[in-house]
Design a protein around this ligand. Structure first.
Ligand code: SF4
Length: 291
């Protein structure tokens, strides 16, 4: 900003940013770090249930993320709520591609460099799968996909999840975006992902895997096969290896789907069924209790 100020007059937001950065002394950063540690303890312990303490902790998180945002201006890093704004449009593929390459606003490039890259280098996986459950995760996912392919070109990168399922018609028409990853699992993913991992491991072709969109040297292909899971034969989810103690919650909360689809399915405004190829299915009551 100092260099910029020598060339032209700074805009108002740039002047505000410069002043805010001047206030960010080492003492201020040390104070924020101390408060952040205290806030983390609150949200992970019984003090979570003390409304005043919880509010204090949440305000500390807001203070910390708005301070981090200064470095990535004009991006706005937000938590909570999870509404980080990189100042790009999420459903325009050219904007997503620009955001991926933007070293100024894209905080996820640094997350990759400092956290994911060393972890991937240590583990050396053959396949990495990333779920996009919420549209807010598109930028982080596409950034991670691009950087994984750049630094570890031999790893097969696949994306999946609800948002990917809803983009199933668009993905094959956006080769520039699809170049960031190798395949996309749409609809329910358990069987498709297992078959994908087995095929990649055995060096087999991917054409016969259900619910899969993939690319090879000849282009992007959509599998003609679809598969809906049989809920009764699905095992319960396995959370082994997840650092559950690091979530910002005092009690362990795990997602568990005992049913899929909607038994009613008649509300005109609802697009829940778009995520499935089959109707309502449920596990058996005894199975649910046991699991
Ligand atoms: S809103 Fe959708 S998911 Fe809910 S009952 Fe209606 S159709 Fe089913």
């Amino acid at each position: 900003l100092r260099k910029l100020a020598k060339r032209r007059e700074l805009e108002e937001w740039e002047t505000d940013l410069q002043l805010a950065l001047c206030d960010l002394t080492r003492d201020r950063v040390a104070e924020l770090t101390r408060k952040a540690e205290q806030a983390k303890q609150i949200v992970r312990g019984r003090e979570f249930y003390d409304a005043d303490k919880l509010e204090w902790a949440i305000n500390v998180f807001r203070e910390v993320t708005s301070t981090i945002s200064l470095v990535y201006a004009p991006a706005r890093i937000c938590m909570p709520p999870m509404e980080t704004d990189l100042s790009y449009k999420i459903y325009v593929s050219s904007e997503v591609l620009d955001a991926v390459q933007d070293t100024q606003v894209n905080v996820y490039r640094d997350v990759f460099e400092h956290i994911l890259k060393p972890a991937i280098a240590a583990e050396q996986p053959d396949v990495i799968g990333i779920s996009i459950v919420l549209q807010q995760q598109v930028f982080s996912t596409m950034t991670f996909c691009a950087l994984i392919k750049q630094h570890f070109p031999d790893i097969h990168v696949t994306i999946g999840g609800n948002t990917v399922t809803r983009l199933r018609d668009v993905l094959p028409t956006t080769p520039d975006l699809f170049a960031l990853f190798d395949s996309a699992v749409v609809y329910e993913g358990e069987t498709a992902f297992l078959q994908l991992v087995e095929a990649v491991g055995a060096g087999r072709e991917l054409a016969n895997i259900p619910n899969l969109i993939y690319r090879d040297a000849s282009g992007i292909h959509t599998s003609p096969l679809t598969y809906a899971e049989d809920m009764v034969s699905l095992p319960p989810p396995d959370f082994t290896g997840l650092p559950l103690e690091r979530y910002f919650l005092p009690d362990r909360i795990l997602p568990y789907l005992a049913t899929r689809g909607c038994y009613w399915g008649r509300c005109e405004f609802c697009d829940h069924g778009e995520g499935y190829t089959a109707g309502y299915r449920t596990k058996k009551i005894d199975q649910i209790i046991e699991e």
